[in-house]
Design a protein around this ligand. Sequence first.
Ligand code: COA
Length: 160
Amino acid sequence: MRIAVYPGSFDPVTNGHIDILNKTSKLFDKIIVAVVHNVTKTALFSLEERSRMIIESTRHLDNIEVECFNGLLADFVTGKDACAIIRGLRTVNDFEYEMHMAWYNKIFVPDVETIFVISNSNNIFVSSSGVKEAALLGGDVSSLVPPVVKKGLEHKLSKL
Ligand code: COA
C-alpha cells in the first residue's frame, strides 16, 4: 500500500490545502494529513478543531485520514510506513524553505521521498494567516476556505 503524509499546521485548512489533497489523493492509496503543533506559531484553532475541519472538508475523498502529532516529522512518517511526504509549492518563495525541509527529512528518513505539488494559480497567495487576518477584519473569505472553515472562523472570531 502506498501511503503518503501531508503535514502542516492547517490553522485553518484552506482551499489551497484541499487543492493539493484533490491532486494527490489519486496518486496514493492513503494520505494521512498530519496536523502539527508548530511551536513557532500561535494557533487560533485547537488541534482537534483543525482536524475536524479537515475531515469535514475532505469527505469527497475516500482515502484521507487525519491525525495530530508533536515531534519530528521523520519519526511520524516512519511509524506510518509512508513512502512519501507531500508538500505544496505556491510561488518560488516556497522553494528554498521546502528544499531545506526536504533535505533534513531525507537525512532522517532516506527511503522517503518529498513530493512537491504545484498549487492552482487561484490559490498561490492563500495562506492560513492571510485568511485569519482577512476574516478578523470582516473580509469575505468564502472563496478561500471550505464552508466549514468559514463557519468555524465566524464562530471563533465572534468570541474574541
Ligand atoms: N495552499 C495554501 N496555503 C498553503 C499551502 C497551499 N498549498 N501550502 C502551505 N500553505 C500555507 C500554510 O497555511 C501556512 O500558512 P501560515 O504560515 O499562515 O500558517 C504557510 O503556507 C506555511 O505552510 P507550511 O510550510 O506547511 O507550514 P506549517 O506550519 O503549516 O507546517 C511543518 C510546517 C509542520 C510541516 C514543519 O514545521 C514540520 O515538519 N514540523 C515537524 C518538526 C520537524 O520534523 N521539522 C523538520 C525538521 S527540519
